[in-house]
Design a protein around this ligand. Sequence first.
Ligand code: DGY
Length: 326
Amino acid sequence: MNIFVTQLIPQAGLEILRRAYPDYRINAEERVLARWELLEQVRGADALLALLTDKIDADVLDAAGPQLKIVANMAVGYDNIDVQAASRRGVMVANTPGVLTDATADHAWALLFAVARRVPESENYLRAGKFKGWGPLLFLGGAVTGRTLGVVGAGRIGSAMAMKSRGFNMPVLYTARSPKPQLEAETGARRVELEELLRESDFVSLHLPLSPDTVHSIHAGSLRLMKPTAYLINTGRGPLVDEAALADALKSGVIAGAALDVFEQEPAVHPELLKLENVVLTPHTASATIKSRSKMSVMAAENLIVGLAGQKPPNLVNEPDLVWKI
Ligand code: DGY
């Protein structure tokens, strides 16, 4: 079998692959392959272990060839893959849900606190030698305990974000396609329309999957609905937010601050955001704990191996036009 791993991933996953397919091929560098390299490397592959930074579209699927059976993405999100094009070619697509839920929700909380309590800004001040003593007006920030959390997209990660608010006695509002009775029972959360959530929340945390329907879910108009004291947190996908509109809103005080782990044009970050102090930025590392990345690599490898054996991988996300290709 011809298996290609598009970038170095944690050893735990590679070890599982190695045991099943000792001759797997890998881009053993910590860098995203250039488009031409990807097109070249996938040629003849029966299976790809891909990352969210690899654009797996019809051209890549065709470059791989008709023998390609599965693309196992090492991510829960799979907006980097043209799933319809894969399905039409009988190619399975699998993802890695669950194992990064807590890590990602934890990071969203880290961002929430960082921006509300101005952690990076005040640390930079201190490191620059500017701290001359306690001051009654020094780095005043936003309170967290008791304030309203708005979770946009209460799926696995959004729900975990909401559950973790219990220690801070926060009323929770959420949006979701269907009600979440357990979440409501455990947190008192209330399902509302997005507009109400934006108007009422002190912290708005985004957890939607990226699709044509969710691009720019947060735009200039939505930001204007938010309180001037509110904060926006995004650990979902960058294009959920119109970054230019967000930069304007942050500059003009339409909202108090934002904390972003994901960006519209990764790895580029809107230059205006980089200039602002009321925004905290991390490099798409919300799931980056040793434990969660290791489990993601194992899950991706297992999906790949099961799919190659002609069985349904545990985390299949499409219904390929099969006739499984075995
Ligand atoms: C995902 O899995 O989709 C995250 O964005 C990266 O872990």
